[in-house]
Design a protein around this ligand. Structure first.
Ligand code: R5P
Length: 309
């Protein structure tokens, strides 16, 4: 397999290569003194199916620009197929015109990726599933919930209920609840401004129960901190967990999570996150799942099959 990594997440690239039992391809990645990015494949990729791993970190513009350049360089070097593996899709939350005169940024990123040369995109726990429709090339939108379900089930939690911190996350949380055989509760969140969350209502039975707040992204952790306060106020049990796929942890995230004092904060390594960034942090790796997916893609096997096992 011809797997190349951008500079966003070397640890995940190494773990993935190890799972696949293949070395990472040689690619030079650097920046000019003015900040412009530079990439160059050091191995011939003519006629090859190449896999480019990059993820959205706290420098999403740099990650994307580097990825666009890698796609174009692969295309100009006669790669047969360019598979982009982008576990955390940057700009995914800007998936509609929510207020007048806004862009649909996620759609723009999709067109730029295609324009740069991507033939296929593999991504994980998209903020909204309709982002797949922004592409005209195929998208494998992977589901990280089985990874969370397996971990949470192993804890044998007492009377668990999965809680969606907003209505938009209800379907996402429902699937996790089903996988765990747990109940579901849904919160009504209001944002008076970007990064200011307010929880107005909780629908569902949470009293005295172990709550798992489940979201796609922890950015500033404002949502989860407010959600925990709302659960405590309404009499939830003492164990409240926070779980989310993408640990962006920007702004006051660490402060917010520390103050909220969750029983555990469970995230994946879809983007780089420091092991002890916050007390009770548990990082679940996506490398084995990604490796299985890429192996199935490479050998023309069903990716859906992976979820049936
Ligand atoms: C919003 O719709 C998302 O699903 C997350 O709830 C949100 O992006 C989390 O952001 P923050 O951690 O800054 O509240």
């Amino acid at each position: 397999m011809h797997l190349f990594s951008g500079s966003s997440h070397p640890a995940l690239a190494r773990a993935l290569a190890q799972q696949l039992g293949c070395p990472l391809g040689n690619v030079t990645l650097k920046a000019f003194s003015c900040g412009e990015r530079y990439v160059k494949f050091e191995d011939s990729i003519r006629g090859k199916d190449v896999y480019l791993l990059q993820t959205g970190t706290r420098n999403p513009d740099q990650d994307l620009m580097e990825l666009f350049l890698m796609c174009q360089a692969a295309r100009l070097s006669f790669a047969k197929t360019v598979h982009v593996v982008l576990p955390h899709f940057p700009y995914a939350r800007q998936d509609r015109v929510a207020e007048p005169r806004e862009p649909i940024s996620a759609k723009l990123i999709a067109s730029l990726l295609e324009h740069a040369g991507a033939d296929h995109v593999v991504t994980l726990d998209l903020h909204s599933e309709q982002i797949q429709g922004f592409f005209s090339v195929p998208v494998d939108a992977l589901d990280g919930r089985p990874i969370f379900a397996e971990y949470l089930k192993s804890k044998d939690l007492k009377d668990p209920v999965v809680v969606a911190p907003d209505a938009g996350g209800a379907k996402r949380a429902k699937k996790l609840a089903d996988l765990m055989g747990a109940d579901l509760a849904i919160m009504h969140k209001h944002r008076s401004a970007h990064h200011t969350a307010e929880i107005l209502e909780v629908v569902g039975d949470i009293e005295g129960r172990t709550c798992i707040l489940f979201d796609d992204i922890i950015d500033t952790a404002g949502t989860l901190a407010k959600a925990k306060q709302a659960l405590v106020k309404r009499g939830a049990g003492k164990d409240i967990y926070a779980a989310a796929t993408h640990a962006v942890f920007s702004g006051k995230a660490i402060e917010n999570l520390t103050k909220a004092a969750f029983k555990e904060v469970i995230v994946t390594d879809s983007m780089p996150v420091k092991k002890n960034a916050v007390k009770g942090l548990k990082i679940l790796t996506i490398a084995p799942m990604l490796a299985r997916v890429l192996t199935h893609i490479e050998s023309g096997k069903s990716v859906t099959e992976i979820y049936k096992k």
